[in-house]
Ligand binder design. Structure first.
Ligand code: HEM
Length: 547
């Protein structure tokens, strides 16, 4: 009669282990650096007297992970940040991001766009507001759409080679230091090339938009880091953001307006040349203000990260002549960008060693086990209309009770409000997976500091590493929508450049180039390259052979 008992007990224990995960440690047990100060949290660690430099956040995270373990907690700007450098945890993070992944917003940009344009675009938004824009930008990832830009991107690459040539003529030492900004994105949005590659006669409009896009990134960064004083008055950073945004919005908006008019006259011709723009024009969910905002996002999204990745790829090829030769051999073949697997591998390897994004961050949609710790959902994404998130419920409750308690005393009201806001903020939990650290870990990549594009080739015997250890374009529903376009553009440019020139580093030191944090991570020094013409070299060597 009792023979089954032990088995039943055993089964229910194992069930309990599975369901409750008793081995899982609590949130409060997550290691954290000493010195979690009231209000400022751990920000002082990155201050003038702190041990770390905010510009070198990835190095700080690496150091802290060595001391505290792969998962640890930082409190910055009132938010608990769970940092992980483990690729399995990164996978868990993305499995718990939900249908509408919630990224930290850019509050100043969001505020400015909401008030000035009534349209927020894709980058600063979250929830259903973000989804509307995301759905509209998705065509960019379709092969049929991004491949429609090949010919126009090829022409831009040719212009770029001419640009190098002009600079070589002007500069007898052959040192090329110009930034690679604005290379090709303008053919996709706003659909017409800006003339910044013609050295002598750049139009005023092009200069304005170039300067504005640099100011925009600076303004965005300045309003993001430090205290949000822009909420009290228009700080310098906020003014920069406003002014540059206005310039880009006016210029991009004007060009889109012209295109839309031409599209109405010649629908077939324009949709063949500009399939992405026409998909926006035809999208019934978008108002004109949304079309301009998206056109602007694509334009701005395409400049910075692509320019840095190209510059760093030039640098790695210049410092690894054998790899450059292999890339050159591929460049001489007549292959489509998708078939140029070695050059694609070079770009992937550049982004593994020098990613422009330091981390991928999300507020979780559901509770998750990250590195053995129970991490509560951060901001619950709304799935049903009218459903309130945990934090909104807390907030509504707070305001109602606050009004009851303090109806007579304004000072008390202010004090309690500030206290509530603080409590509200510290309940947010962000998870940041530092791919810029995991992508350099020998646990995932053999000889991690070596530039070795071969590791990404399908036929290579070198282990590919963990699929979540290097994620330079992010992952999941919020992954970079410009990825395919950017890869295609970079491969086409590399092909043109390598076909004509041999690259040599003109940097005075052989110290590895590091990356510092701005809006995107950028190299910590100018990337100087000698472009040696291959034809000239051939001639020189044949003369030498004849002698
Ligand atoms: C080498 C080039 C590029 C790199 C490394 C890069 C990287 C990234 C990363 C890491 C994200 C965040 C993804 C996430 O949170 O999961 C992102 C988002 C984004 N990127 Fe890129 N990007 C590049 C080029 C481009 C280009 C060419 C465009 C223009 C079409 C673009 C437009 C965007 C936009 C609009 C978002 C926001 C997406 C969203 O929030 O849903 N990017 N990019």
């Amino acid at each position: 009669m009792f023979s089954d008992r032990p088995r039943v007990i055993f089964n229910s224990v194992s069930y309990c282990v599975q369901k409750c995960n008793i081995s899982q440690k609590s949130f409060h047990e997550i290691p954290t650096p000493k010195g979690d100060w009231p209000l400022v949290g751990h920000a002082h660690l990155f201050g003038p007297n702190g041990p770390y430099n905010a510009e070198r956040l990835s190095e700080a995270v690496l150091d802290l992970s060595k001391k505290l373990g792969a998962v640890f907690k930082l409190r910055l700007s009132g938010t608990d940040i769970i940092v992980t450098v483990d690729a399995d945890d990164t996978r868990t993070l993305f499995r718990h991001e939900g249908r509408l992944p919630h990224r930290p917003p850019f509050p100043a940009l969001l505020h400015y766009r909401q008030h000035k344009f009534g349209s927020i675009g894709i980058v600063p938004g979250n929830g259903e507001d973000w989804y509307k824009f995301r759905a509209a930008i998705l065509p960019l990832l379709r092969k049929q759409i991004f491949q429609a830009y090949i010919d126009q991107q090829k022409k831009v690459a040719e212009t770029f080679v001419d640009y190098i040539q002009t600079n070589l003529k002007e500069n007898s030492e052959g040192i090329f230091t110009k930034s690679l900004n604005f290379v090709a994105i303008s053919v996709t949005s706003p659909g017409e090339r800006f003339s910044c590659l013609s050295t002598s006669s750049s139009k005023t409009e092009t200069k304005d938009v170039m300067n504005a896009s640099i100011d925009f990134m600076d303004g965005l960064y300045e309003t993001l880091v430090g205290l949000p004083l822009w909420r009290l008055y228009r700080t310098q950073g906020y003014q920069k953001l406003e002014t540059s945004h206005q310039v880009i919005h006016r210029i991009v908006g004007g060009r889109l307006q012209d295109f839309n008019a031409r599209y109405k006259q010649q629908p077939e011709q324009i949709s063949m040349l500009h399939p992405f723009l026409t998909s926006l024009f035809d999208n019934p969910t978008l108002e004109w203000k949304d079309v301009v905002m998206l056109g602007m996002e694509v334009f701005l999204g395409g400049i910075d990260a692509t320019a840095t990745t190209l510059a760093m790829t030039f640098h790695y090829l210049a410092t690894n002549p054998e790899i450059q030769e292999q890339a050159y051999r591929e460049a001489t073949c007549d292959k489509s960008p998708l078939e140029m697997s070695f050059m694609r591998a070079c770009i992937k390897e550049t982004l593994r060693l020098s990613p422009t994004a330091g981390a991928n961050s999300r507020f979780l949609a559901n509770d998750a086990n990250i590195g053995g710790y129970l991490i509560p959902a951060g901001v619950k994404s709304k799935t049903c209309p009218g459903e309130k998130t945990k934090y909104e419920v807390r907030y509504v409750f707070s305001i109602q009770s606050l009004n009851k308690i303090t109806s007579q005393c304004h000072f008390l009201k202010m004090f309690i409000l500030i206290l509530y806001i603080y409590i509200y903020l510290i309940f947010q939990t962000l998870v940041s997976a530092f791919s810029s650290v995991s992508s350099l870990n020998e646990k995932y990549f053999t000889e991690p500091m070596k530039y070795c594009p071969q590791r990404w080739l399908r036929e290579s015997s070198i282990a590919k590493g963990h699929a979540f250890a290097s994620l330079p374009f992010g992952y999941g529903p919020r992954m970079c929508p410009g990825r395919r376009l950017a890869e295609q553009e970079m491969v086409l440019l590399l092909k043109q450049v390598l076909n004509k020139y041999q690259l040599e580093s003109a940097n005075s030191t052989t110290e590895p180039v590091g990356m510092v944090y701005r809006m995107n991570r950028i190299p910590d020094r100018p990337i100087n390259i000698y472009f040696r013409e291959r034809v000239a070299q051939l001639k020189e060597s044949s003369i030498r052979a004849q002698q």
